[in-house]
Design a binder for this molecule. Sequence first.
Ligand code: SAM
Ligand code: SF4
Length: 338
Amino acid sequence: MNDVNDAFGRVINYLRVSVTDRCNLRCVYCMPPEGIGPIAHDQVLRFEEIARVVDAAVGLGVRRVRLTGGEPLVRRGIAHLVALLRRLRGLEELSLTTNGILLADMAAELKHAGVDRVNVSLDSLDSERYAAITRGGSLPRVLSGIETARQVGLNPVKVNMVVMRGVNDDETLAMARQSVEQGWHVRFIEMMPLGIAQHLCGESEGSLDGFEARVVSNSAVRSGIESFYGALEPTELASGGPAETWRVPGSGGSIGFISAVSHGFCSSCNRLRLTSEGGLVPCLFSDAVVDLREPLRRGADLAELQTLIRSAVALKGSGHHLAEHRVETDHEMSRIGG
Ligand code: SAM
Ligand code: SF4
């Protein structure tokens, strides 16, 4: 088993797989109200094709795979894909990111099929506001999904909140409180300038103008939490990703900060993304894509797929430099697997 290193010495051991571009919600920073034109079914990778790519990637040292989307739970038969991937020797962790709407119904089946743990996206604890941000989502369903996931053992369940000024930034303390009172593992995510988020304007706040005005830095979120709870302490919870993990002393949950914009985590970037159409994306902030669907469909063997995966890794840049200038990219989070 040989690890694959990129041009900057980073070991690539994590693959995020978008299983669909479709979604049952329309979050304001991710999709327009009408959704994005769905990809034709035959353009989307079949489960066996996804499993071949993952098999090739595992052979190159990928150890962790996350299923995402779009909304992965709307892809019919998703548990079957989980079972296929679970058979691959060398895959150490299989996780899933979901909006949680269908989770209460599917958590037990997913656990049984072999999902190790889930992340649930939840941007508000207020029903009306949640419905407004997601354009129609039901908060009680998500809360019930989180509870069911915990009960069936998809732990640690992490709850991800994208913080937006003037939208939900007054709820960061309430979310932190869930880590104390409910043992939640909360992750605050800085909004990234991707796809539709770049055009998110301050419609409801006359003085806000565009994306930059909406972004709340995680250092501001953290100081708000610490001014109430006192200094956070580091926790042992292995994050295995870009979140720094902390907790309110004595609490059972944890608090993490995913700060793509303010504290670029590019120097420790360990990941590749596979789109639902079979494109391998080396970096969120670059338009580079290596197509795997055509080679898959003409019968490429594992060695050829691995050569293509290595070529995608070779395209990874050193960093996004977002702090210095805006990066224009056409990537939509829902399409490339946020
Ligand atoms: N539908 C699933 C969900 O919402 O969890 C999985 C796909 S969604 C694209 C994955 C994650 O990306 C979600 O947590 C979402 O909040 C986040 N996301 C989408 N657009 C984003 C942006 N512009 N900046 C930061 N996070 C974003
Ligand atoms: Fe759907 Fe997830 Fe995008 Fe929200 S963030 S619209 S749930 S894909």
